[in-house]
Design a protein around this ligand. Structure first.
Ligand code: PEP
Ligand code: MG
Length: 575
């Protein structure tokens, strides 16, 4: 550790009207805060009403109906699978037997909130004891119950509002994929979370949506709903009660910067013409408009598990073919890199459960390992990809997540070949794979470096934890060394080596990655203009010098500064 890097690093604490976290999705957003409520407290077992049982029952019935109608409306807005799930939830809330149960308990003097809680308990126990698919629906029941209890007790409703008059700043401890199924760019001005790091789900989602976001913001959940908030997703500063001038100024500056970045168009290349294809990370066909609008040359990471997050059963072949073909068809002549299901740890899939209890899921059966247990799921996915690719003009490349050894890489490549998929690659996101890159390159057609997990495993720092952001910093020279090694090994055997982790979305680091020998960059689409503009301002030699000095630095902070010294064009772009 260098003398200029203090240890222990300080954890930032909020001032009264200003908080600081880690900016993970650039831009500014302002609006009233909406605090995402976690758990709704259980109503006390002895809660009684004031004697008018009929009125109390009516309150419960109205609350149940309001919740059902709200769930239905959310379903219609979300469409697709989410609509089916939310409709089923609405039906549960309207179940006549449930209402009868509530009415009987209220008739005995129990307050409506407690009666609802108890009536749900009966169904909950039934589902839980049924096991399998039905047991997985317990969380849905709890969600309905909590919504009804919140209405009856006057506490804020759990979940995200879907019908706000003005876009709001969503504040949460952290966001789960299910929380965000119905969010849209028009509804959310910014995200602020107390937990999470630069590569957590919240950060990835925010970047994909182009919503400014700050994570690891200590004290954020103390902000009360309705408080006006200004969020700067670049600096990580969160201002409470900003003046109108402050908001206008911040918005103007962000718009001017965006305009300067968007002025550079065309395929990715350095100022001296070295081509660096700029590709999009997508989670499904819904991300295509943003990818095309931002000039993506193809897809560098299709996170197929995002399609099936809320599924209890594997998706059908026809459904998979449709979802894959939609993305392939969007890039005729372009490259589309599809990753097979990366289930487990931060991306659990109900239909691909780990074989036993895992105290440490990030180190358990996940990614490609899961397919050893569920081989039929991998075969079905590869088959669907082969069908989807037939008749489209995109160049399909398929890759496996979480590969550790050459034997795993060979197994995957064999499976792809026998499914009729000619191009098979692997993600480099486990240090063992990076260290043995020369060996692995001989077994596959290409590499794609997942810097999110590679940082997590290299530094033994859980990517979901807000307290470890310094260790998850992709500028860490140890991570740069591993990236360099993988890129050099791939190039020596004439193979491509892209980066599809969040590191590629940092325009300064993107120049360094190119200097390290990375051949393509894939990122959340809104990041493409800044990366394109940064590359266009610098020659390959400048990128190489930046990379050499960054790797030679003793810390992430010094690496950043050392690289910037070789990249003078960044200042013109206000990057
Ligand atoms: C990564 O680990 O860097 C990556 C791109 O995959 P994911 O973030 O989906 O784990
Ligand atoms: Mg990963």
């Amino acid at each position: 550790m260098s003398s200029s890097t203090p240890w222990p690093p300080s954890r930032r604490r909020p001032d009264v009207d200003r908080m600081a976290g880690v900016g993970v999705s650039p831009g500014v957003g302002a609006g009233p805060a909406h605090l995402l409520v976690g758990e709704i407290p259980e109503p006390p077992a002895d809660a009684r009403h004031d004697g008018d049982a009929a009125a109390e029952t009516a309150r419960a019935v109205v609350a149940l109906e309001r919740v059902a109608a709200d769930l239905e409306a959310r379903g219609v807005q979300a469409g697709g699978t989410a609509e089916d799930v939310l409709e089923a939830q609405a039906m549960m809330a309207r179940d006549p037997e449930l209402v009868e149960g509530v009415s009987a308990l209220v008739g005995g003097g129990m307050a409506a909130s407690r009666a609802v809680y108890q009536a749900f308990q009966k169904y909950r126990d039934m589902l839980a004891s049924a096991g399998g698919y039905l047991a997985e629906r317990v969380a849905d029941l709890d969600d309905i119950r909590d919504r009804v209890v919140a209405l009856l007790t006057g506490v804020p409703m759990p979940g995200v509002p879907v019908d706000a008059a003005v876009p709001y700043v969503l504040i949460a401890r952290d966001l789960a994929p299910a929380d965000t199924a119905v969010l849209s760019r028009d509804l959310v001005a910014a995200f602020v979370t107390e937990e999470g790091g630069p590569t957590s789900h919240t950060a990835i989602l925010a970047r994909a949506m182009g919503v400014p976001a700050v994570v690891a913001c200590a004290g954020a959940t103390a902000i009360t709903s309705g408080t006006p908030v200004l969020v700067d997703g670049t600096s990580g500063i969160v201002r409470l009660m900003p003046s109108d001038e402050e908001v206008a100024e911040a918005r103007d500056a962000a718009a001017a910067r965006q305009a300067a970045l968007s002025a550079v168009t065309g395929p990715g290349r350095t100022s001296d013409g070295h081509p660096v294809p700029l590709l999009a990370n997508v989670g499904g066909p819904g991300d295509l408009p943003a990818a095309l609008a931002n000039g993506a040359e193809g897809v560098g990471l299709y996170r197929t598990e995002f399609l099936f997050l809320d599924r209890a059963a594997p998706p059908s072949a026809a459904e998979q073919v449709e979802a894959y073909r939609a993305v392939l068809a969007a890039f005729p002549g372009g490259r589309v890199v599809v990753r097979t299901l990366d289930a487990g740890a931060d991306k659990p899939l109900a239909f691909l459960p780990p074989p036993g209890h895992e105290p440490n899921p990030a180190l358990g059966e996940r990614g490609l390992r899961m397919f050893r247990v569920h081989q039929e799921v991998m075969a079905a996915q590869l088959g669907a990809l082969a069908v989807a690719a037939a008749g489209t003009e995109a160049k399909l490349q398929v890759m496996a997540p979480m590969v550790a050894t050459r034997a795993e890489a060979e197994w995957f490549v064999r499976a792809c070949r026998s499914a009729g998929l000619p191009e098979a690659g692997i993600m480099i996101e486990i240090p063992a794979a990076a260290l043995r890159a020369a060996d692995l390159a001989g077994a596959v057609d290409f590499f794609s470096i997942g810097t999110n997990d590679l940082a997590q495993y290299t530094f033994a720092a859980d990517r979901q934890l807000s307290g470890l952001t310094e260790l998850q910093d992709p500028w860490q020279p140890a991570l740069l060394d591993l990236i360099h090694g993988a890129a050099v090994a791939a190039s020596a055997q004439g193979k491509g080596c892209g980066v599809c982790g969040e590191a590629a979305a940092d325009p300064v680091l993107a120049c360094v990655l190119v200097g390290l020998g990375v051949t393509s960059l894939s990122m959340a689409s809104p990041a493409l203009p800044a990366v394109r503009a940064a590359l266009a301002r610098h020659s390959l030699d400048q990128c190489v010098l930046a990379a050499v000095d960054a790797r030679g630095a003793p810390s992430a902070e010094i690496a950043r500064a050392a690289a910037r010294a070789h990249l003078p064009g960044l200042a013109d772009l206000a990057l």
